[in-house]
Design a binder for this molecule. Structure first.
Ligand SMILES: *[C@@H]1O[C@H](CO)[C@@H](O)[C@H](O)[C@H]1NC(C)=O
Ligand SMILES: *[C@@H]1O[C@H](CO)[C@@H](O)[C@H](O)[C@H]1NC(C)=O
Length: 341
């Protein structure tokens, strides 16, 4: 029997279409991850590093005038700072503290993809970007990455930005941002920073907002989207997610641990917890956890903006060739502009 035109349309599932170049890159990623992520929860970093191309920082302006430098914060913790040319703005610039993605276990602030992404954020958002090279699991499990994020804010509050950053900055307009596991870290750093009793700071760092792009949240439950999309979309699988949580969470913890399961109504949220923008993709198995997170924030009286990309896979923002990539940067720009204090 034939369905009449229009009859099937409203409930017809969307089809995932990706350019061949993106498919090829995803296939490579899949192969490399499969080779380097061992079943026992450890990683063969020498295999992964072969494919993790690195970029070095440079105080010589790139073609768009962006410069970068690596700064040491404390105990081996460093960040890559990106700043635009002084001619780009006379007004003090907001600061975006960025946490890269990579399943809590992979990549770095020097990885080529994140160096390129932070350059673009710096240029197009008109912000100084501080990309944090937090410690990775399984060598450094929870809460090492969160502690590194807080340590970086503490460093900014005591030392400010290095002298080579010759543009005016406004650390009272500081945004935490990240993608995937990095967005999970941004949430927890915001929570820790705003609930901690604040020691005297020479420079007032104020969190004006948090931008969570496809945050990695989860729990013991399997959501409808996890079940429906498992094995049918690239990057995120139930098996891969379980592996990642086992590598990151304390030994013996289950996925209901507070690091993963942030969707409880009694989560510890301070008054100063900043407005949040949550980016959600329609082909991301994690989408229900992300919507629940937004709902919890709303119920707790927090400002939250949800930006939905119905055709987006997890990690879509890594591919500048996808049009959603440009739309995301525009949405981030609008959010930052609106958080005035
Ligand atoms: C990582 O994998 C390569 C290739 O299979 C192997 O030669 C090497 O010994 C492994 N390294 C470790 C530390 O297991
Ligand atoms: C995990 O939390 C859910 C509530 O979100 C609960 O129903 C479930 O029993 C918990 N599972 C474990 C193993 O604690």
């Amino acid at each position: 029997m034939e369905a009449g035109a229009g009859e099937a349309a409203p409930s017809a599932p969307r089809r995932l279409t990706l350019p061949w170049k993106v498919r090829l890159l995803l296939l490579c990623l899949d192969v490399v991850a499969g080779l380097s992520m061992r079943r026992d929860g450890t990683i063969n970093r020498s295999i992964f590093n072969l494919f993790d191309l690195r970029a070095t920082a440079s105080t010589r302006p790139d073609r768009q005038g962006v410069r970068s430098a690596d700064v040491d914060a404390s105990r081996g913790l460093w960040a890559r700072v990106f700043w635009p040319s002084p001619e780009s703005s006379a007004a003090p610039l907001p600061v975006v503290v960025y946490f890269h993605g990579g399943a809590f276990t992979l990549l770095s602030a020097a990885s080529y993809v994140y160096d390129a992404m932070c350059r673009r954020f710096c240029r197009e958002l008109g912000a100084v970007v501080v990309s944090v090279n937090y410690r990775l699991a399984p060598e450094h499990r929870w809460p090492a990455a969160y502690e590194d994020g807080v340590a970086m804010l503490r460093y900014l509050a005591s030392a400010g930005l290095p002298d080579s950053v010759d543009v005016p900055v406004d650390l009272s307009r500081c945004f935490l941002a990240g993608d995937s596991a990095g967005a999970n870290i941004a949430h927890h750093v915001a929570q820790r920073w705003t609930t901690a009793s604040s020691p005297p700071r020479s420079i007032p760092v104020h969190l004006a907002g948090a931008i969570l792009v496809q945050p990695y949240f989860g729990g013991e439950e399997r959501t409808e989207a996890e079940v429906r999309l498992d094995g049918n979309v690239p990057v995120v699988t139930v098996r891969g997610s379980d592996w990642m949580w086992r590598a990151f969470l304390p030994e013996g913890a289950d996925r209901n641990h507070s690091a993963a399961h942030v969707t409880d109504d009694n989560a510890d949220l301070a008054d100063g917890f900043p407005p949040v923008m949550v980016v959600i993709g329609g082909f991301d198995p994690l989408q229900e956890w992300q919507r629940r997170y937004a709902d919890v924030l709303r119920r707790r009286g927090k400002e939250v903006r949800v930006v939905e990309f119905p055709d987006a896979i997890h990690t879509f923002f890594l591919f500048p060739e996808l049009t959603d990539h440009g739309t995301l940067v525009e949405a981030m720009k609008a959010f930052i502009r609106e958080q005035r204090i």
